[in-house]
Design a protein around this ligand. Structure first.
Ligand code: XIL
Length: 369
């Protein structure tokens, strides 16, 4: 018995995430510019060892690539694709049509007045065309449209939908059509948070069918998965995976992290900004940021349980899931330290700040056996 245990432990120590899940789905990790540029060698080494796909955390967003009307900046993006391709990693492009991290000149003329419908079509077309052609052959798939559906399943009122008089269908149709023309070799995805919410899930499904009816190609739907220790309910996640898979598109878990910190009264998971000054008060800070000095063992155990149940759920549905991507490598680099409340200490990823693996990491290796 002891001998079996020893050999199992030894076996896990040798195994990697990408090997453990090789027959199930791609294992991805989001990389920031330090990692892509080789300035965080320890993280980079771990990513190359453990993962076979990458997503760019910020480097392929419009504010980086096209910060001003006369400026195109592909330096960080090129670094990202070179990192991916030199190391044989599957590479996502993220993201073309999004209301966040997109400069206001996309939507307004230089005198500040809103662009006309035709000018907006031209803006979208030239951006998608320039960027996709620049990266053609190096990016395997693009998140063409990001976060355009609301919690109730209708289109969100965003800079993009407003610029098209609320006609979200037109925004999405044009974006996917231009994307298909600009780089026919890349897969084309829709990506969103809260995609497990039944009304939102069904709104996304309707949008996918709308594209399909119009003969416009969409290859996949990404479920972002910025989740917590006890939300969302697993049955919602399962239902969302099944709903999207039934549309005949690939399903991906694209930005997985597990928030361990308390939610605020407004229940921010994602999608709201934290502006209420009451949360700056000392007593709220103590309540909202309880693990500044480390994670207690009982919470660490909950973290392990949650990662295990999520990955088990994905593994059980591996015939419907193409990729599971974690939104960063180690806790110190996670956006969840600053969102939805800035300057907290969070523990959302599989590696500790010192790049040692968490018990959750070890637990995931054991699932596919
Ligand atoms: C986040 C990045 O992680 C942060 O570094 C940045 O400040 C804001 O954006 N949905 C998305 C991602 O599609 O692009 C976001 O990434 C997280 C939410």
């Amino acid at each position: 018995m002891a001998g079996i245990l020893v050999s199992l432990t030894f076996c896990h120590a040798q195994k990697t995430l990408k090997d453990a899940y090789a027959d199930a789905f791609r294992m991805g990790c989001a990389v920031n510019s330090q990692i892509a540029a080789g300035r965080d060698g320890r993280s980079s080494d771990l990513i190359l060892k453990q993962f076979n796909a990458v997503s760019p955390e910020n480097d392929l967003k419009p504010e980086v690539i096209h910060p001003r009307p006369d400026t195109w900046n592909f330096r960080a993006g090129d670094q990202y694709v070179n990192y991916a391709k030199n190391n044989g990693l599957w590479a996502l492009g993220h993201t073309l049509v999004w209301h966040n991290q997109t400069p206001s000149f996309f939507f307004n003329r230089s005198d500040g007045t809103p662009k006309s419908h035709d000018e907006m079509v031209e803006t979208m077309h030239s951006y998608i065309d320039t960027v996709m052609k620049h990266f053609a052959g190096k990016i395997d798939a693009w998140d063409v449209v990001n976060e355009i559906i609301d919690n109730d399943g209708s289109y969100r009122k965003t800079l993009w939908t407003n610029a098209f008089d609320g006609d979200g269908d037109e925004v999405v149709r044009l974006a996917f059509k231009f994307a298909q023309e600009s780089d026919p070799g890349a897969e084309l995805y829709y990506n969103d948070f809260n995609a497990w919410r039944p009304e939102k899930r069904d709104g996304i499904a309707r949008m996918v069918r709308m594209l399909q009816k119009n003969g416009i190609r969409i290859d996949g739907v990404g479920i972002q998965a910025h989740w917590g220790l006890n939300y969302p309910k697993n049955e919602y996640i399962t239902a969302a995976i099944d709903t999207f898979a039934s549309l005949g598109v690939k399903v991906m878990i694209t930005e997985l992290d597990v928030d361990v910190l308390p939610l605020t009264r407004e229940g921010q998971i994602i999608g709201q900004t934290m502006s209420d000054p009451q949360f700056q008060l000392e007593e709220f800070k103590t309540y909202l940021d309880p693990y500044r000095d480390g994670l207690p063992d009982d919470v660490q155990a909950q973290v392990t349980t949650r990662w295990k149940e999520l990955m088990q759920l994905f593994y059980n549905r591996r015939d419907r899931i193409d990729r599971v991507t974690i939104w960063g490598l180690h806790d110190g680099m996670s956006w969840k330290n600053d969102y939805p409340i800035p300057h907290r200490i969070n523990y959302p990823l599989l590696y500790n700040r010192d790049r040692t693996p968490k018990p959750a990491f070890e637990a995931l290796l054991a699932i596919p056996e």
